[in-house]
Design a binder for this molecule. Structure first.
Ligand SMILES: Cc1cc2nc3c(=O)[nH]c(=O)nc-3n(C[C@H](O)[C@H](O)[C@H](O)COP(=O)(O)OP(=O)(O)OC[C@H]3O[C@@H](n4cnc5c(N)ncnc54)[C@H](O)[C@@H]3O)c2cc1C
Length: 380
């Protein structure tokens, strides 16, 4: 529905269509892009003397939504990567700050000795916790985005079987690639603000902007709630659960590899348990076959599924780090040995602090908890 009418040969005329700019939207973030409200067919620019905007059919009638999804699936991976990059920017800004800001003293060595020099806040355990959280989210989110981008290529260029497996995995992973970084990279941005303390809340530093910008990503290109419904209502059950089986097979291969690596076998066991719990919760959710019950907790399911996928990604990253350590040549690289130790610490963080959260999320899914579903509008 263009601003100016179009001739049969596709050329644009000078005649205005009945599309009017109602005004600009004044947004929380993403202020570098203009966002407008358009009114269609309200008679501001009558066409042939009548109110009503003229639309042109492109392609077949009734096929528009399907066409839109050819764009949308890749766009959703892009949204996830965008969320990750905002998270990354916040991580780097807060890391730089944490290395420079002197405040307080070590708890262990005379925390109250005022004659002792202050330490940079990166030395405080709680600040390291916030940095590890951000690192786990943004580096894990980046790996997830790259994996999905590779699957898009595999779907187009692989053998028939590779292409089909890539397609199935993408169907399942796209809601995660979109929603997981949208939620957790924004939380990472919140942690970046926290590391900067009072300065984090000011406009003198960029972290408040990253947080505001990132808040969009749970809303556009399919809201968080819609991603959950898509995952539990459609993706995990389609073709008799085929896509879920393909993913489980890939995750099991990683678990097997980890079983032989000292320091990672435990993570492999935790991931195997998480995978089993996701499978059991999926079955329990659908055990009565009543969509209102199955889907009552689709968002907690999305969160648990996402954390399980990210645990898999982190186990893969940890395996790669261990392999690079074993090669013994890494120390000569400019990144230094700390690079690999950092990867392993982020993996440990994810398994210790993040993965256990799935129990609460899957609990309401498995019980088909109807607390939210049953709440009536007049109770609020
Ligand atoms: C900055 C910005 C840029 C945008 N750019 C574009 C653009 O370029 N092109 C474009 O087409 N759109 C664009 N959008 C629109 C965006 O895609 C929509 O805002 C988004 O899809 C949500 O739709 P809605 O705003 O109508 O919310 P609603 O659909 O009203 O949703 C409101 C809330 O209700 C929940 N909800 C709604 N239906 C259900 C349901 N069935 N079950 C459970 N929960 C539900 C949602 O999850 C959400 O939490 C943009 C939005 C913003 C903010």
């Amino acid at each position: 529905m263009p601003r100016r009418l179009v001739k049969a040969d596709g050329s644009i005329t000078d005649q205005r269509n009945d599309v009017a700019l109602a005004g600009l939207n004044h947004k929380l973030g993403y202020r570098g892009t203009v966002n407008t409200l358009l009114n269609f067919g309200e008679g501001k620019f009558p066409v042939n003397g009548q109110a009503g905007a003229v639309g042109y059919l492109i392609g077949q009638q009734g096929e528009g939504l399907k066409c839109m999804f050819t764009l949308m699936n890749e766009a959703r991976i892009g949204v996830g990567l965008g969320a990750t990059m905002l998270g990354y920017a916040g991580y780097e800004a807060s890391l730089t700050y944490a290395k420079e800001r002197p405040q307080g003293r070590h708890v262990a060595t005379g925390g109250k000795d005022h004659s002792a020099p202050q330490i940079p806040i990166i030395e405080h355990t709680d600040v390291k916790r916030m940095l590890l959280m951000q690192k786990a989210v943004v580096e894990g989110g980046l790996a997830l985005g790259l994996l999905c981008s590779q699957l898009v290529d595999d779907e187009l260029t692989g053998s028939a079987e590779q292409g089909e497996n890539a397609r199935l995995l993408l169907e399942l992973l796209t809601p995660i690639a979109k929603s997981w970084p949208s939620e957790w990279a924004q939380e990472a941005n919140s942690q970046a603000i926290q590391i900067l303390g009072g300065y984090g809340y000011t406009r003198d530093f960029p972290v408040e902007q990253y947080w505001r910008d990132n808040r969009l990503n749970m809303i556009h290109e399919g809201t968080h709630g819609i991603q959950g419904l898509d995952l539990l209502g459609r993706k995990v059950v389609m073709n008799g659960g085929k896509a879920l089986s393909v993913l489980a097979e890939r995750i099991s291969q990683t678990i097997q590899k980890a079983g032989h690596v000292p320091g990672l076998a435990e993570h492999g066991t935790a991931l195997a348990q998480a995978l089993q719990k996701v499978g059991a919760a999926t079955k329990a959710a659908w055990s009565t076959g009543v969509p209102e019950e199955a889907l009552a907790n689709a968002t907690p399911y999305l969160q648990a599924f996402g954390h399980t996928v990210l645990a898999w990604i982190w186990l893969e990253l940890a395996l790669a780090a261990k392999a690079a350590q074993a090669e013994g040549t890494w120390d000569k690289r400019p990144e230094g040995p700390g690079f690999l130790q950092g990867k392993l610490a982020a993996a440990d963080y994810f398994f210790a602090y993040e993965l256990p959260k799935i129990d609460a999320w899957l609990g309401v899914v498995s019980r088909r908890d109807l607390t939210c579903a049953k709440a009536q509008a007049d109770w609020f």
